[in-house]
Design a protein around this ligand. Structure first.
Ligand code: AHZ
Length: 309
């Protein structure tokens, strides 16, 4: 019927950026599985599994050694940025580095152990775009479980052809280069397996890897064992005089401040989300996620402006 096909006859269902979604023809015609005690799997050998995984992982690592944008941290702000940037610019290679095994940062719950997630308008437009249902409370909306937002945006981001995510991988340094005018700029990130990054004091040296990119966007959250990473590194390496340190909670002041201040803080480095509160000394907002979504989107538009100028 003219639909593009892969070598095994599977159908590519869409020509959108999500074109690698494949539905197996066989799956459509085969009879229902027998769950009455006679369930049989197609055969496989152990090395096939190893090779199927490692071939793809190392191909991705090889390819993304040169990226267009590296997003550090896949919390609510980092994922919102990745979605906006990668959908607006399908030609850009967007590489996400996430220290945790589970991407999502603090957004698997709405606050403390409470599952509902609050988003003030107009940041809820992103929820509408990606198809996350909510209750409309007038000035703000409520998603019944924060995990519904996180799992939805994660699935959208990971399905995009131009996005690769390396999780359980930490950014442990920045690459800083001089440009042709002798000015310093961030030119990529230094990565390591997170368990190695966390154990440099207890293990003998295990050298890191690098990803070169003209633009790094950091959303590593507020200070913690791994958090506020790029902000802290800028200060430690003398590129920025000092950290402002996150200020106490004021939801009304904190949310617009984070969005409006999301910017290229140093040539080649945009910072957004709660990491910015540590750099600038902005208030925290507590359990309200509007600024994280909007800061992520603003960072994406800032990146597009940089590439377009
Ligand atoms: O694992 C971290 C998390 O997923 C990841 N991360 C941190 N350091 C990293 C490093 N390399 C790679 N060196 C790293 N990844 O960054 C992610 C940060 O997610 P988050 O949810 O903590 O930050 P966010 O800015 O996206 O959202 C903040 C949510 C908050 S905190 C807050 C308050 O305290 O008042 N209020 C809100 C809404």
């Amino acid at each position: 019927d003219g639909t593009p096909q892969t070598h095994d006859g599977s159908r590519i269902t869409s020509k959108s950026p999500i074109s690698n979604v494949i539905v197996s023809k066989q799956h459509l015609v085969e009879p229902k599985e027998d769950f009455s005690g006679n369930y049989v799997f197609a055969p496989i050998r152990e090395w096939e599994v190893s090779r199927a995984m490692s071939q793809r992982y190392f191909k991705d690592l090889y390819d993304r050694a040169i990226s267009d944008v590296v997003i550090v941290g896949a919390g609510s702000a980092g994922l919102s940025c990745a979605y906006r940037l990668a959908t607006e610019a399908p030609h850009l290679k967007v590489t996400i580095i996430e220290a945790n095994v589970a991407p999502g940062g603090g957004c698997w719950l709405g606050g403390q152990l409470l599952s509902a997630m609050i988003v003030r308008k107009p940041a809820h437009k992103l929820l509408m775009e990606i198809g996350v249902p909510f209750e409309d409370e007038g000035n703000y909306v409520v998603v019944k479980h924060a995990a519904l937002f996180t799992s939805t945006i994660l699935s959208k981001v990971l399905a995009l052809d131009n996005v690769k995510m390396f999780n359980a991988t930490a950014v442990e340094d920045l690459i800083v280069k001089e440009d042709h005018q002798g000015k310093q700029r961030i030119a990529g990130v230094v990565t390591n397996w997170t368990l190695v990054s966390l154990n440099h004091d207890t293990q003998s040296c295990m050298d890191p890897n690098t990803i070169t990119a003209p633009l790094v966007i950091s959303f590593t959250g507020h200070d913690g064992p791994m958090g506020a990473f790029c902000a802290k590194r800028l200060v430690k390496s003398g590129l920025v005089p000092q950290l402002g340190d996150m200020r106490c909670l004021d939801m009304s002041r904190a949310e617009p401040a984070i969005v409006n201040r999301t910017r290229e803080v140093y040539p080649g480095l945009i910072i957004g989300g709660m990491e910015l509160s540590e750099l600038d000394g902005a208030n925290r907002m507590g359990p309200c996620f509007s600024a994280m979504l909007a800061s992520g989107e603003k960072a994406a538009y800032t990146a597009l402006d940089i590439f377009n100028n």
